[in-house]
Design a binder for this molecule. Sequence first.
Ligand SMILES: C[S@@+](CC[C@H](N)C(=O)[O-])C[C@H]1O[C@@H](n2cnc3c(N)ncnc32)[C@H](O)[C@@H]1O
Length: 226
Amino acid sequence: MDSKEYWKQNAAMPKGRLKGDQWLPRHIENIPPNANVLELGCGEGYDTQYLLSKGCKVISTDLSQDHLDKTKETILRMPKVIGETIDSQLMLLDLTSETDWKKFADSCYDVVVASLCLHYFTPQQTRQIIKEIKRVLKPNGKLFARINSTNDLEHGANDGTPIENENNFRLTKDGTKRFFNKHDIQKFFGQFGGIDTAVERTELYGRKQTKKVLWEISATSDKLID
Ligand SMILES: C[S@@+](CC[C@H](N)C(=O)[O-])C[C@H]1O[C@@H](n2cnc3c(N)ncnc32)[C@H](O)[C@@H]1O
């Protein structure tokens, strides 16, 4: 099954990620009010909802129209719906597509948010995606991201088979998944020049509230190097 079809089917499954997920609240002091935010892989729109409630302007993107529809439903459930222009806040973006990234101009966003969507890709794709994030961020802009850890054993860190002898990039029953250790974070996010924080956390995730071990990363674009 290709990844579009996988995420279409995934969107149809009930989830309920995160009552009480504190990951973005931990960073809100570093997100200016009225910030222009580009959210990648927005899923059901929980982070979109939080950011809108804090006064940010958010463009929510995803590979799957079904997830964008879920995000729209999440926004519409907010007590005060923000603006009449919800559809223009939602955009299809395949992170691996050069053409899709061209929809986004250079140096436009104060913040890029990417929760659990940067860890499905080949080394080349991962580097290219991080380069695009760097391109669309304003100088001094921030990236906040969460990615799988190599210790994420309940979510496939040891499952399936390594791809091209890369032990931390695996073909699992849910498709390709990358798992990061400290070295991998430096290897891929090192093009930011300086990562502000990279903290490994254990969270409860999804409808079944399984243990998920992940890295939470923040980085600032004025520290970027080519
Ligand atoms: C695990 S979910 C995370 C959703 C949400 N950010 C969250 O934290 O709840 C991964 C999301 O990444 C999206 N995704 C997967 N591959 C993608 C790609 N190539 N380009 C853009 N989004 C992608 C999926 O459609 C899905 O919404």
